[in-house]
Design a protein around this ligand. Structure first.
Ligand code: FMN
Length: 239
């Protein structure tokens, strides 16, 4: 820390991460006492790359809710996701199966009501609403895919990087979950309803000055992907 610039510290702990002799202290913990990093071996590197490629949007869940201990393992890692200025403005709301069920009913109500005239989602979902509602009324779940739980990333409406950070947080969540036979699927309809429907916001406890930036269904898997579908190379140019 440069003397006189202590007020610029964002509490990220980089000083302890890089101190070559483990002399720095952060939050009262000596660098030398922190968990050590390691260089991934080439086989670990292959495993990580394989895991990234074989993540799939998952849509066939066991009804069994994810165990608290598994959830805690996932959330511990989500805490390591990058956050602008290390601000960590966001919080997660996670539904239990009974709340997920109520939530689904409220999304259907929203689809059949205010969504139709919503300036953004009315147009976006116009061609889908009736077929979604038809399937929902026939006992299917094209919205949450019968997931036992949904995780919402929520934060102050004023959080400039809220959408970006939510995407990163939930991607971390998704990737760790995959290692535990837990599948995830980003949930656009759920996000839209949690942005717009007051009934949904009340159910989830989203405050008036908060925004729901992103949502994702998750639960234990019942089937396993056998192959990795191809993806085109992301367009890029060097400048
Ligand atoms: C922001 C976002 C919203 C999404 N919303 C939904 C959704 O509401 N329902 C759904 O089944 N899949 C949803 N998906 C999953 C995409 O359809 C999926 O990522 C895409 O088909 C590619 O498949 P993959 O993730 O298995 O590679 C969403 C994905 C993202 C990133």
């Amino acid at each position: 820390m440069i003397e006189g610039r202590e007020h610029l510290c964002n509490d990220c702990g980089q000083c302890t991460a890089y101190c070559p002799v483990g002399a720095a202290i952060h939050n009262g913990i000596l660098a030398a006492d922190l968990e050590k990093t390691s260089m991934p071996s080439s086989s670990a590197s292959k495993t990580i790359i394989q895991a990234l490629k074989q993540r799939r949007s998952y849509r066939s869940f066991s009804s069994q809710p994810v165990k608290q201990s598994d959830l805690e393992k996932i959330l511990e890692v989500v805490g390591y996701a990058p956050s602008g200025g290390n601000n960590r403005f966001l919080r997660l709301i996670i539904t239990k199966p009974e709340t997920t069920k109520k939530f689904l009913e409220l999304i259907a109500q929203w689809f059949d009501g205010d969504c139709r005239t919503d300036p953004v989602y009315g147009k976006r979902y116009a061609s889908k609403i009736d077929s979604i509602l038809e399937r929902y009324r026939a006992g299917q779940d094209p919205i949450l895919r019968n997931a036992p739980s949904v995780v919402f990333s929520v934060g102050p409406k004023t959080a400039v990087w809220g959408s970006v950070e939510s995407g990163i947080n939930l991607t971390y969540f998704n990737l760790v979950a995959e290692t535990m036979n837990i599948g995830c699927c980003f949930a656009g309809y759920a996000t839209a309803a949690a942005k717009r429907s007051w009934e949904v916001r009340e159910l989830l406890g989203i405050k008036e000055d908060e925004e729901c930036f992103s949502a994702m269904c998750f639960g234990y898997k019942t089937i396993r992907a056998q192959r990795i579908p191809t993806r085109r190379l992301v367009e890029f140019k060097t400048v």
